[in-house]
Design a protein around this ligand. Sequence first.
Ligand code: CO
Length: 141
Amino acid sequence: MLQRIDHVGIAVASLDAAIERYRETFALEVVAVEVNAEQGVREAMLELRDGAAGASSYIQLLQPLADDTPVGRFLARRGEGLHHVGYAVADVASELESLAAQGIELIDQRPRHGSMGAAIAFLHPRGLHGVLTELVQPGRA
Ligand code: CO
């Protein structure tokens, strides 16, 4: 079950320039900057705080480490912009199992490491009306 939107992922050409723009424009705090070599990105998480909701959501800015990476190819083909939507789930592995049983096309057959200690998995946009979709089991308390 999808619980809420955890983050939106935005592909950018320059992480530093994008951080400055989003941080200054919306007065957001950068809570993590990480390199994920497996995914071929350097990325930043900017926190959206809503005291009432209890759980934060994030803007995830993604700069490819090389042209020959998924985000590098996305930038070359489509330019900067919205890359994926990440939904929070309680258990990524069991969601994958249930989605596969429904015939939904998975990119990741099993969970892998995401931002800030999360377990994540991507679903193919072909089965979801053109939206690259990420399941996120937050690693933070
Ligand atoms: Co993401």
